[in-house]
Design a protein around this ligand. Structure first.
Ligand code: SAH
Length: 341
């Protein structure tokens, strides 16, 4: 059996594929729209039975299945998505007052190796395809029965280390015949792969760019993020400014609060890093990962740090944490499932 995923096809590609099968091209939009609405191929009753059978025979038509879902008291839901090859990734659904947000994974595991993150503990297993990432979103919407208003690529994986599939995913979910999610409602979070940031801007994407900064000097950043050996903070700022200039989109810096990155000097340097272009700092309370030895701070300390940064003239918020009672933290649920503990 082929392992080609039907959801990887855009409308033009579906048309070519259908032509090869001597099927009319108008079926392409029908198939694309139904897949985006989470309808299984066998339930696409507007297609002839023979075509349905051919598609099921030739493709993986249900690439992502919800294997488990933990529901939090705050309304957020954490999913274990089972992929068709037996791998597992995580996703989260979060109802906010400004709309429903799904947090999706772009890779099984991750090779970036950040000191505080559970996703990278076993390295990268494989990239997700565009259709698999899309199927995570679709399954989350089907399961909850809710419309998705925002998507954040903040699950496991580094989206810019899987550039082509991530870029195609954005085009697919953006497509009016499908989910139709605007690029302004999509956030891509990167540990700072600058080449990918330039590429995104040059390819005409306008998604919200979030950069995981987590330190204000290269020396401190190298201690917790191996990627800092490749790109300096100055490189990141240059790339971020380029992205801002090309897209007009405000750059979001994510800053996980770690005991050692909350000094007076960090406040000053954060102000320098973020000045001269439209930017915002999102402070993140560290989620404790059992296997990792990194210390976070209390909510009161986070608020004090936020106040000091704001006084230094920086637009800043503390990210509201959801799902604390359901292992909201990155990558941990999957590890429990895999290692059965
Ligand atoms: N690879 C991308 C996106 C995935 S993680 C990136 O690095 O941005 C999304 C965010 O969660 C990143 O800012 C990441 O640094 C942060 N994160 C990872 N582990 C965390 C933890 N244990 N506690 C809090 N934030 C964490």
């Amino acid at each position: 059996m082929s392992h080609e995923v039907l959801q990887d096809y855009d409308i033009a590609e579906l048309k070519t594929m259908l032509a090869d099968m001597d099927e009319p091209s108008y079926r392409a939009v029908q198939i694309f729209s139904k897949l985006a609405a989470g309808v299984g191929v066998s339930d696409m009753t507007d297609l002839p039975k023979t075509l349905r059978s051919k598609l099921i025979e030739r493709f993986v038509t249900e690439p992502v299945r919800i294997d488990d879902c933990l529901e939090s008291k705050d309304g957020s839901k954490k999913f274990l998505f089972a992929l068709h090859d037996g791998n597992i990734v995580e996703g989260v659904f979060m109802p906010h007052n400004y709309g429903n947000t799904a947090c999706l994974s772009t890779q099984v595991g991750c090779r970036m190796g950040c000191a505080f993150c559970a996703s990278g503990i076993d390295g990268k297993i494989r990239d997700l395809t565009a259709g698999e990432i899309l199927a995570e979103a679709v399954q989350a919407a089907v399961y909850t029965g809710k419309r998705l208003d925002n998507v954040v690529l903040m699950g496991s994986g580094e989206p810019l280390d899987n550039y082509d599939n991530t870029a195609k995913f954005i085009r697919l979910i953006n497509s009016r015949e499908g989910v139709g999610l605007g690029q302004r409602n999509i956030s891509l979070s990167t540990c700072g792969l600058c080449d990918g940031i330039y590429r995104l801007a040059d390819d005409g994407f306008t998604v919200t760019l979030s950069v995981s900064l987590h330190a204000t000097t290269d020396e401190n950043r190298r201690k917790i993020m191996p990627v800092a050996n490749k790109y300096s903070i100055a490189d990141i700022v240059r790339a971020a400014k380029y992205y801002f200039e090309k897209t007009g989109r405000r750059i979001i810096y994510e800053y996980a609060l770690i005991k050692d990155n909350m000094s007076y000097f960090d406040v000053k340097r954060l102000a320098e890093i973020t000045s001269g272009y439209s930017s915002h700092v999102n402070l993140i309370m560290l989620n404790k990962v059992r296997e990792k030895d990194v210390t976070g701070c209390t909510a009161a300390e986070a608020e004090r740090f936020r106040d000091r940064i704001e006084k230094a003239g920086v637009s800043v918020t503390v990210r509201r944490s959801m799902g604390a009672d359901i292992e909201g933290a990155c990558g941990q649920l999957r590890r429990r499932r895999l290692y059965n503990d």
